[in-house]
Design a protein around this ligand. Sequence first.
Ligand code: AMP
Length: 127
Amino acid sequence: MSATTLPQPYDPNNIFARIVRGEIPAKLVAQNNHALAFHDINPLAPVHVLVIPRGPYTDLLSFTQSASAVEVVEFWQLVREVAQQLELDHHGFRLISNCGSNGGQEVPHFHVHLLGGKTLGKMLPSL
Ligand code: AMP
């Protein structure tokens, strides 16, 4: 059993909150009123973009529990726009959201990884 209960309280000083506030730079791909997309600083595929809401949500659970309908819609619209803009819709892509300690989440601000640009292979090694 996991020791961590999700969702966790939001830390306003996490690195993505600082990107939203413009305190640290990011290589922006696209944005709208409620979400931002930027290149991952440590790419794991030829295309590796992070999409985040502007609002203070720790993870997928807190986002889906507390975000408004317009925030949720604009978040997923931005995911689609990035996939089309970077031509990931031509050959496919992978979408990942790490959640909590078992999920390996490093930055406690909800985000999805959009990965593509090559054949990505199996999702995880077999058990
Ligand atoms: P996760 O493990 O799902 O929390 O992933 C966090 C991701 O954020 C990692 O892939 C990092 O490489 C990425 N990352 C951390 N700091 C930055 C930054 N300043 N700009 C862009 N990506 C970052």
